[in-house]
Each structure stands twice: as structure tokens, then as C-alpha cells.
Ligand binder design. Structure first.
Ligand SMILES: Nc1ncnc2c1ncn2[C@@H]1O[C@H](COP(=O)(O)OP(=O)(O)OP(=O)(O)O)[C@@H](O)[C@H]1O
Ligand SMILES: [Mg+2]
Length: 244
């Protein structure tokens, strides 16, 4: 289980995460919604140890991200794909994907490459392994980014607005891949502004508002009149998102 307990994060005088509790069971897809600046990316960065907590605790399975000796193991279990493509520009798609499995998991190069090619084929890029990021479209790069995270065989896949920099067609491609992964049982924590998609693939939806996790509900309840929609802040957020 991935678990955040009473997590607090402060930047200067701003409280960015304020007593956040969240648990994700293996096999679940949990979407995190909330306005810009509500703390979604910060929460993801805390889960993968890129930000230090100012309070509370995050564990990935039994490994505590705040304990230096446990961080590496926690990180191995959670793969992250970010908003902006952060592939190494001087490496091919295949090299980007195999780097960590070879260096961190000590997979033999041939095995890492075989697995990487299978992942690329799974996302429709079976013939682009030797392309450099600059030779790929934004959507293709993001699909390579997803393969790179999956190559580490993470127990939890963290996705932070992976489609926000893509045009509608590429967005559809990438969301299609994520829907396949969700159906295949991949555990996901999914930060998104794609409300309808979140509704289709999520078991639960959580809503962050100014650093507080105000609602954590099964998807149907989140969108019901008596559930999430009864919270004025959420009703307002959803009506605005649907107009945009
Ligand atoms: N390194 C930092 N230093 C100072 N403030 C930061 C830092 N990172 C984030 N913040 C602030 O923390 C708050 C939450 O930011 P965060 O990026 O987590 O929001 P978000 O919910 O992901 O927003 P968006 O939907 O725009 O991506 C914002 O007010 C932001 O300005
Ligand atoms: Mg963000």
C-alpha cells in the first residue's frame, strides 16, 4: 500500500500541503483533482522523495520516503511520469528506457533492451526505439516517458498531468495507453485535468483544495449530487472545467 499520513509541506510562509491523508491499495486507480496551485504536483514530488516533508509520513509499501536508508527502495516501487517530457535528449528512446533498469536493477543489457522493445510495441512505438527525443512528437515522447517508468516495474505509477502539454489527438493516444494499463491492473495515482477520463478509469477521486484533501470518494459518489457535488468548491471546479 502507498500511504500518506498527515503530510505537511511548507514553502516559505505558504502551507502547500496541510494534513494530507491518502492511501492507495495495489490495483487501484486514484485520480487527484484540484485547481492550479492546490498542491497536486507537490504531493507527487513528496511521494517520490523529491521534496522533503515538513510533517507527517509517506510510506510506499513499508518503506518510509523520509528515511534515507529506505528512500531508494521506496523510489523503486513508484515510477513517475511528469507533466513535461524529461527524456535525455542525447539518448535514443531505447537508451532512455533501459538506463535505469541496467544501472539500478542491474538487468543485463540484452534483457533490458528486449523488455524495452516490448514496452515500446505496447504503446505503438515498436519501430521508434532508435529515435532521439527531438525526432519524436510530443505524444510519442510522452509514451516513451511512460515506458521508461514502466521499465522499472514499479508497483505504483504516478502520473502528473502527462497530457497537459499535448494536442487533443496526442492526448487521446496517451490516454488510450493509460486506459489499457488501468484495465491491466496497474496501480495508478493520476493527477489530471481530464475530468471525464478520470471518471472512466478511476476507482476513487480525491480533491485537493489549497493544500487540504477535502474529499476522497469512490468515483460514482464523487460525481453524485449528494457526494462530491454537494461540496460547493467541487461543484464550482467541475462546472468551470467542463466549460473550458
Ligand atoms: N519549489 C517551490 N518553491 C516555492 N513554492 C512552490 C514550489 N513548488 C510549488 N510551490 C507552490 O506550491 C503551491 C502548490 O504548487 P503545485 O505545483 O503543487 O500545484 P498544482 O496543484 O500541481 O498546480 P497545477 O495544476 O498548476 O500544476 C503553489 O502555490 C506553488 O506556487
Ligand atoms: Mg502541477
Amino acid at each position: 500500500m502507498l500511504k500518506a499520513e498527515n503530510v505537511r509541506k511548507v514553502f516559505g510562509s505558504t502551507v502547500v500541503l496541510d494534513g494530507v491523508n491518502l492511501s492507495v491499495q495495489p490495483g487501484e486507480v486514484v485520480s487527484i483533482l484540484g485547481s492550479s496551485g492546490s498542491g497536486k504536483s507537490t504531493l507527487i514530488r513528496c511521494i517520490n522523495g523529491l521534496e522533503k516533508l515538513d510533517g507527517g509520513r509517506i510510506t510506499v509499501d513499508e518503506f518510509d520516503v523520509s528515511k534515507p536508508r529506505e528512500l531508494a527502495e521506496a523510489r523503486k516501487r513508484s515510477g513517475t511520469v511528469f507533466q513535461l517530457f524529461n527524456l535525455y535528449p542525447h539518448m535514443t528512446a531505447l537508451q532512455n528506457i533501459t538506463l535505469a533498469p541496467i544501472q539500478v536493477l542491474q538487468q543485463p543489457k540484452a534483457e533490458a533492451e528486449r523488455k524495452a522493445r516490448a514496452l515500446l510495441a505496447q504503446v505503438g512505438l515498436g519501430d521508434r526505439g532508435d529515435a532521439y527525443p527531438a525526432q519524436l512528437s510530443g505524444g510519442q515522447r510522452q509514451r516513451v516517458g511512460i515506458c521508461r517508468a514502466l521499465a522499472m516495474e514499479p508497483r505504483y505509477l504516478l502520473l502528473d498531468e502527462v497530457t497537459s502539454a499535448l494536442d487533443p489527438e496526442m492526448t487521446a493516444d496517451v490516454l488510450g495507453i493509460l486506459a489499457d494499463l488501468a484495465r491491466g491492473g496497474t496501480t495508478m495515482v493520476f493527477v489530471t485535468h481530464e475530468i471525464e477520463f478520470a471518471r472512466q478509469i478511476s476507482n476513487r477521486i480525491v480533491f485537493l483544495d489549497k493544500g487540504k484533501l477535502v474529499v476522497d470518494l469512490p468515483t460514482a459518489a464523487f460525481f453524485s449530487a449528494k457526494g462530491g457535488m454537494a461540496v460547493p468548491r467541487i461543484a464550482q471546479f467541475l462546472s468551470k472545467m467542463r466549460k473550458d
